[in-house]
Design a protein around this ligand. Structure first.
Ligand code: SAH
Length: 255
């Protein structure tokens, strides 16, 4: 009879104040914490707890290792930044679970949400995601770039605001320039775009410009990018998107 369990926990965007109480409690009960090096570094070492930090891009190996330990009776927490279900470890664990032995399905597996980068960033500037929006990972590690371009076109045409994760890495510097080109042509030059870097960390930097003035260098892998819809506007130092579609009567809103 095993008492092992596996919990996949989101650590939020960086500030310790933004780690939920249930995530703290899971880590306090864990025998093992597994994750990408910078996230595991955030965990306070203590006796009885083994930290397993691994490099990026080995998500399914890391997930398999976590499942193996839980199956042996260990209490394992897999950590992600932000929310574990947003471009992070939760799906990797379920991929490993699906590929693994049938009896892993009897393990107690729990996903604990965290504050994802786009929501932490949106809160810092006002309410840019107050109407419909789409979250898109701009990395082409797990999908072809052509599909990303197609999605940008279609989402822009649909009039949705957007949040981009992994917007620009040193290994693919031209792609984000191309993404901006597409956005200008589909959404228009006046659409607001916010570059939010290291949100909730001491060196947080947030800049909002029009698509006309946006340059690729404004983004890197520590930045989440929010593109407004055609109605997204500035009032003073705030950026917000009205809840209603253009022309829709505000009096008909329910909440
Ligand atoms: N699971 C994470 C996302 C992992 S993908 C979440 O829910 O937030 C990694 C990307 O997330 C980064 O390239 C960046 O786009 C974004 N990101 C994560 N933390 C961030 C932070 N503190 N500030 C700005 N962007 C962040």
């Amino acid at each position: 009879m095993t008492t092992g369990w596996l919990t996949i926990a989101g650590l939020g965007p960086g500030d310790e104040m933004l780690v939920t109480q249930e995530v703290r409690e899971a880590i306090a009960q864990a025998t093992d914490v597994v994750g990408y090096i910078p996230y595991v570094k955030r965990i306070e070492p203590r006796s009885g707890l083994t930290l397993h930090a691994s490099d990026n891009r080995v998500e399914v190996d890391r997930a398999t290792h976590a499942l193996e330990m839980a199956a042996r009776g260990q209490r394992v927490v897999v950590v992600s930044s932000g929310d574990p279900g947003v471009f992070a470890m939760a799906s990797a664990v379920f991929e490993a679970l699906e590929a693994g032995p049938q009896d892993w399905l009897d393990l107690t597996i729990t996903v604990l949400p965290g504050i994802t980068a786009m929501l932490a960033a949106a809160a810092q500037i006002g309410a840019p995601l107050g109407h419909d929006f789409a979250a898109i990972n701009l990395s082409d590690n797990l999908k072809p770039w052509a599909l990303i371009e197609e999605r940008l076109q279609l989402v822009g045409q649909a009039g949705l605001a957007m949040a981009f994760y992994n917007p620009r890495s040193a290994s693919r510097p031209h792609q984000f320039a191309r993404a901006l080109e597409i956005l200008r042509s589909v959404c228009g030059d006046d659409t607001l775009i916010t570059f939010a870097r290291n949100v909730s960390k001491p060196d947080q930097k947030i800049v909002t410009v029009s698509l006309r003035d946006a340059t690729p260098e404004m983004a890197d892998m520590r930045t989440v990018v929010i593109v407004g819809n055609r109605d997204t506007r500035r009032i003073g130092r705030y950026v917000y998107t009205p809840r209603f579609a253009p022309g829709f009567e505000t009096s008909s809103l329910k909440d």
